[in-house]
Design a protein around this ligand. Structure first.
Ligand code: FMN
Length: 188
């Protein structure tokens, strides 16, 4: 079973990426193959339905990689920082490049991080988008704050809050349960 975590932060080495890496470790303990597509590291161009713009080769390659991985994924995790009380435009643009065929009846976990007042509102907004894409947003979600993380000597963030470490395990277990026992398989 393959999973794809799409990270929508504008910052390379974000808190959301650190949380994603923590989750990937737990998925791997269950022999699940999970990749992180970090939109800060692999940026894609803005959706242009008219085709008037000319995106660079690297942006086009990144988008093709995202599309291929999304189509192959059995489940998703969508990760976003809190930007102005919602999820990031970067993540929305990535989702606009994808389709219902990528998400139909696949479990989707939602994670986010805020630097100001901690909020799950960005995840509530994402839940609506997942429904439009025909994905199944699982009930457990994770909304952290910058203070839930510490830095390694090289400046890399890691999830340090023990309560969120436990919640991360619950989150992973729940997604795995949805993937393994999907009653929607025949609807895909
Ligand atoms: C454009 C923008 C808007 C933001 N709006 C909010 C906000 O409404 N509420 C909040 O708590 N933090 C807000 N922040 C702060 C981010 O949530 C904070 O930088 C956080 O650490 C981002 O997480 P990340 O490291 O995973 O990207 C905003 C940051 C940016 C760049």
């Amino acid at each position: 079973m393959k999973g794809l975590i799409i990270v929508g932060s504008a910052k390379v080495g974000s808190h959301t990426t650190a949380l994603s890496q923590y989750l990937r470790g737990h998925f791997e303990e269950h022999d699940f193959d999970v990749e992180i597509f970090d939109l800060a590291e692999q940026p894609i161009h803005q959706l242009d339905v008219s085709g008037a713009s000319e995106p660079s080769e690297s942006y086009k390659n990144n988008l093709q990689t995202l599309k291929t991985k999304a189509r192959e994924a059995d489940f998703f995790v969508l990760g976003s920082p809190n930007y102005h009380g919602s999820y990031s435009g970067i993540l929305k643009n990535a989702l606009d490049h994808l389709t219902m065929d990528d998400f139909k009846m696949k479990p989707v976990g939602l994670i986010g991080n805020s630097g100001g007042i901690v909020s799950s509102e960005p995840l509530s907004h994402l839940r609506l988008i997942v429904r439009s894409l025909l994905g199944i947003a699982v009930p457990t979600q994770i909304a952290t704050h910058d203070t839930d993380y510490k830095k390694l000597d090289d400046g890399t963030y890691y999830l340090a809050n023990e309560e969120f470490q436990l919640r991360a395990r619950l989150f992973v277990d729940q997604i795995i349960s949805f993937v393994k026992n999907s009653p929607y398989e025949h609807l895909k």
